[in-house]
Design a protein around this ligand. Structure first.
Ligand code: BG6
Length: 470
């Protein structure tokens, strides 16, 4: 679609940035925090999560930088096991205090907190008791969510239930070091996470009816490799199993029909108890978060035993599946040095398709470029590649708005460098450089990168500088 006039970002557009608790906080066993499944990661080559970016001790300095940058919103996550060390039962007041101090500082700085309840870090105690396979985890999540809604009802008005539920189901080994359940069990866990999210939504409605809540799945457009109709069906297959299975449930409270037939055919359909579907239908979110990094390209499966190819476990690397799709290379797109495709137009396509499915306002909760940033001799990080990445993605986001998508804001990944899920500090995402290596903690100095100042200007002009530039 070509438009004769350029549109502006809405006046109340939420210019934000994101992080998650276990990837920035550190203090993994401090002040009464219980362990989460992420604390079991002790990779030989890369950093673990014990210190991370030491945000737990330096959050005031970090919030001051957010203010200097002009952020309107900050998306962060609560660490469930910092609040409930056993996942349920006894509350850890010191953990709550930390988040009170953080949220107070954000509010004092005029930054709107957008809080994720659960970002990959299930309390270990719950995991040892069956994790998401056990329906008791749904009760624990509801109690945890209700506590936070009550505690922060005067300050937090935007909530996200679960980060990337679809990635946790599709790439379980990457997200939980305690082993990979069977597909049948995974789809049961998926059903339980849907219920947990729905229960949290219901609780928020009674505790703070003015607040808004959504989920944050990882959604991508899938391209057919060629114009062969079979490739198109394969793209539709994969888009449905990766995206719409989740969106149709969150937004409309129903299992997507194609996804359900697939589950049935494999014998993987979850056990649904009385009242489950009613709850899922009733508890609708107010908006949908979307984590977008790259599109995928696929062709028809050959069903020759090679549709599924061994690749590393990155959440953006498609592996293929017999009878569903074969993963293909997209030669039209460049890649980051970590092999993730760079596809700004794909963001526009993804937003259009997602909006058509969800029919509710969207919030970009993650988008960003992982790179081996270098602290130069002049004491700066010149990340022009990241500026280029963001400029191109934001222009496409503006076009999506012009296409009619209700886009509430943009919270790129990430505000500061953090422990990447696979490559530690080798792969950096932040606007702010953290002066540490994988194992050498150095001085942890916070150093704004060139992209920090560039984004500050974008925010100051409400995106106008960007839209008018070529
Ligand atoms: C998303 C996650 O999948 O991608 C983040 O929500 C993650 O937690 C981000 O850090 C980037 O992925 P990675 O593997 O490069 O850290």
């Amino acid at each position: 679609m070509f438009y004769h006039e350029k549109t502006a970002f809405p006046e109340d557009f939420l210019w934000g940035a994101s992080t998650s608790a276990y990837q920035v906080e550190g203090a993994a066993a401090e002040d009464g925090k219980g362990l989460s499944v992420q604390d079991l990661h002790h990779p030989a080559e890369t950093s673990d999560f014990s210190v991370a970016s030491d945000h737990y001790h330096r959050f005031l300095e970090d919030v001051a930088l957010m203010k200097e940058m002009g952020l309107k919103a900050y998306r962060f996550s609560f660490s469930w096991s910092r609040i409930f060390p056993e996942g349920k039962g006894k509350i850890n007041q010191e953990g709550l205090n930390f988040y009170h101090k953080l949220v107070d500082a954000l509010c004092a700085a005029g930054i709107r907190p957008i809080a994720t309840l659960y970002h990959f870090d299930l309390p270990l105690a719950l995991d040892e008791n069956g994790g998401w396979s056990n329906r008791e985890t749904i009760d624990a999540f509801e109690a945890y969510a209700a506590l936070l809604f009550q505690e922060f009802q005067n300050q937090i008005k935007d909530w996200l239930t679960i980060n990337e539920q679809n990635v946790m189901i599709l790439h379980p080994s990457a997200m939980n070091p305690r082993g990979v359940p069977s597909q049948k069990e995974l789809y049961q866990q998926n059903h339980h996470m849907f219920l947990a999210s729905a229960r949290a939504i219901q609780r928020l409605r009674t505790i703070d009816p003015e607040a808004h809540i959504g989920a944050a799945p990882n959604i991508i457009a899938v391209y057919p490799k060629t114009c062969a109709p079979e490739d198109s069906i394969a793209a539709d297959n994969w888009e449905t199993l990766r995206n719409w299975l989740y969106i149709d449930m969150y937004a409309h409270g129903r299992y997507n029909s194609l996804a359900w037939e697939y589950l049935k055919d494999h014998g993987w359909q979850p056990e649904i108890q009385e009242g489950d579907m009613e709850l899922l239908r009733e508890a609708r979110p107010d908006f949908m978060g979307v984590n977008y990094y790259a599109t995928a390209t696929v062709s028809a499966p050959k069903n020759d035993g090679h549709d599924r190819q061994p690749r590393n476990g990155d959440q953006q690397v498609m592996v293929g599946e017999e009878g569903v799709y074969r993963a293909e290379e997209n030669e039209c797109l460049p890649s980051t040095e970590f092999g993730w495709k760079i596809d700004p137009v794909g963001l526009r396509t993804t937003l259009r398709r997602l909006y058509a499915h969800a029919h509710m306002p969207l919030l970009i909760t993650e988008n960003g470029m992982g790179a081996r940033d270098l602290l130069e001799d002049d004491g700066h990080v010149h990340d022009s590649y990241r500026i280029d990445y963001y400029a191109k993605h934001l222009k496409q986001a503006a076009l999506a708005i012009q296409d009619g998508v209700e886009l509430m804001g943009y919270c790129p990944w990430s505000f500061m460098d953090l422990v990447s899920t696979h490559q530690g500090y080798q792969k950096r995402y932040g606007f702010v450089y953290i002066n540490r290596d994988e194992k050498d903690l150095k001085d942890m100095k916070r150093i704004p990168k060139d992209s920090f100042y560039w984004y500050r200007d974008v925010i100051q002009t409400n995106g106008e500088s960007l839209i008018q530039s070529k």
